[in-house]
Write a protein that binds this ligand. Structure first.
Ligand code: ZN
Length: 269
């Protein structure tokens, strides 16, 4: 099978502050190592269970976090940004059988993580699809769904794992920490790796028995609302064809084609 892995950083074991996910801070070094190890164990398990292709999208900040020297041979790593509307899922349209998310985190306007956000947290306060707050998990799971690729597993904080189960009941979730207020209670780095290995084994075996179990259907019609940090950003976004201004800081966009939402988001947000 061909596996696509989209890897973020805010949802890895232990991470609880912006310093730790920012390459200009000293505490980033251990977080980057933990992120690499969590990705490494996913890749090793996938290869052991017979995946003939594994592509890892480094999907945090600069897209240059994972130490590629630590990953098993044969794995391909997508670094930096293509600059296309698929963003954290760039290349997923290249014929993959399944998707795994690692290091994912609670979405914007949620109390599930001190680092809760969806895409650009400085310009946007929240984003909704058909009235539901959108996390990066939700956004990227629907991107995978657009290309008919099931999302079979997610690692991250407890809140995003619970959300994932609601959207895709058969998904395997591996919660490596739970967060409250500005804190987290986390597994140790090594315990997280063991839990991730176990979870990925379960997910891949489940996929072999029932490849469609984690398929997600896109709604026929979708309305998106985005609340910006200021009126200028919302006004600018409202210049995109089909976007209407709802109030000073909020825009609305409706479509039956999810890719058109991704395109709007890419240019207007
Ligand atoms: Zn993120």
């Amino acid at each position: 099978m061909k596996l696509y892995v989209s890897s973020d950083m805010e949802g890895i074991a232990g991470v609880v502050s912006w310093d730790e996910v920012d390459a200009s801070h000293r505490s980033y070094e251990w977080a980057k190592n933990q992120m690499t190890k969590e990705v490494q164990v996913v890749c090793e398990t996938a290869i052991e269970l017979g995946s003939e292709k594994v592509l890892v999208k480094d999907a945090h900040d600069t897209g240059r976090n994972i130490n590629i020297s630590e990953l098993p041979s044969g794995v391909l790593v997508h670094r930096a940004w293509t600059r296309d509307p698929l963003i954290m899922m760039s290349g997923v349209d290249d014929g993959y059988d399944a998707v795994v998310f690692t290091g994912y985190h609670a979405g914007a306007y949620s109390d599930g993580s001190p680092l809760a956000h969806t895409m650009n947290s400085t310009s946007m306060k929240w984003l909704k699809m058909n009235g539901l707050l959108m996390s990066e998990f939700m956004m990227n799971a629907y991107t995978a769904a657009y290309y008919k690729v099931p999302v079979i597993a997610i690692t991250g904080d407890q809140a995003i794992c619970e959300e994932a189960k609601q959207l895709i009941p058969e998904i395997t979730t591996i919660a490596v920490k739970s967060c409250k207020g500005s804190s987290c209670i986390t597994m140790t780095g090594n315990n997280a790796l063991v839990a991730i290995e176990d979870g990925i084994r379960v997910a891949l075996k489940k996929y072999k028995l029932s490849p469609n179990a984690c398929e997600l259907a896109l709604p026929d019609q979708m309305t998106f609302e985005i609340n910006f940090a200021n009126a200028g950003l919302a006004y600018r976004a409202s210049q995109y064809k089909g976007v209407e201004l709802v109030d000073a800081c909020t825009i609305r966009y409706s479509t039956a084609d999810y890719y058109e939402f991704l395109r709007m988001f890419f240019f207007a947000c």
